[in-house]
Design a protein around this ligand. Structure first.
Ligand code: PHE
Ligand code: CO
Length: 290
């Protein structure tokens, strides 16, 4: 999956609003497109109980996402607004950073208004409606995570004056997209990039290959990541309250400056201060590069 912060256009294409939104035009989805959603949904929902975070499973329930077909935002948003004040808006694809942050800061989640084709079942470059809605929206029904995403959007708008996009993108990557959480019965997935991927939902929890490291804000903001294959590191939060609390209560301005003076941390490196949950063999990544 491609970085959430790589965009292709600078101005909206013809017919696209200044905020990059478009009508969902739900009635225009074909039977094949709805069937693709159903196929992806069935595959993930068979596998995710016992793997996905409690908050994610609750979100699926609260939002009635088990209803067949690509969700109609008129119905989905009624439930989501009720839960946390968030809503989903349709966009053609990736949007510019400032537009993205502004949507989040105002409790709007932009979702790609297309669905992958059968030859893209397991990998695609730009997030589609399955990744964006199935992956991201259940967590947005959780009040604590919902507040984290708003704070992230506001922090993103603020970061533009510090030229700190890269550090902030790493935080998004290792939490919103690929985060793990420690629950009473063990590690669980809450990151959208994992829960929307069949293979990575297994790999992230079961494989001996990746490192799993206790969440440390400054460390995460220095850590490189890969966009072309399974992650080599996952960062584990103890709770969503921890995630929200540490990010909201830290002024990022001095942190950006301090991190800027340090080199980035290479993808699979472990550091002396790391709270290692599992030390990875990196066998998977080594075999691929080898
Ligand atoms: N506290 C951050 C700042 O000072 C804002 C932020 C909050 C960023 C939560 C990400 C997540 O900029
Ligand atoms: Co995403």
């Amino acid at each position: 999956m491609e970085s959430p912060f790589t965009h292709v256009h600078d101005t909206p294409p013809p017919g696209v609003g200044a905020d990059w939104t478009i009508p969902q035009n739900w009635d225009a989805f074909t039977a094949d497109e709805h069937a693709m959603w159903d196929r992806l949904f069935a595959r993930q929902s068979d596998m995710l109980p016992g793997r996905a975070a409690d908050a994610f499973m609750r979100g699926i329930d609260v939002l009635r996402l088990e209803k067949p077909g690509i969700p109609d935002y008129r119905e989905l948003n009624a439930r989501l607004i009720d839960a946390t004040g968030w809503r989903v808006v349709a966009v053609p694809g990736l949007v510019p950073d400032d537009v993205f942050f502004d949507h989040l800061a105002n409790r709007r989640f932009p979702a790609g208004n297309f669905i992958r084709t059968p030859d893209q079942l397991d990998y695609l470059q730009e997030p589609d409606v399955f990744h964006d809605v199935f992956g991201h929206v259940p967590m947005l029904a959780d009040p604590v995570f919902a507040d984290y995403m708003v704070a992230y959007g506001k922090g993103g708008l603020r970061s533009l004056q510090f030229d700190a996009l890269k550090q902030l993108a790493r935080l998004y990557w290792y939490t919103v997209e690929f985060g793990l959480i420690r629950e009473a019965d063990g590690l669980r997935i809450y990151g959208a990039g994992i829960v929307s991927s069949f293979a990575e939902s297994v790999f992230a929890l079961d494989s001996d290959s990746p490192n799993r490291i206790g969440f440390d804000l400054a460390r995460v903001m220095r850590t490189d990541y890969r966009i072309d294959d399974f992650q080599q590191n996952y960062f584990v939060v103890d709770s969503l309250d921890q995630l929200l609390g540490t990010t909201v209560n830290t002024d990022f301005a001095p942190l950006y400056a301090a991190n800027d003076a340090l080199p980035p941390i290479a993808i699979a490196d472990l550091l002396p201060g790391d709270a290692i949950v599992t030390r990875g063999t990196q066998d998977y990544a080594l075999a691929k590069s080898g």
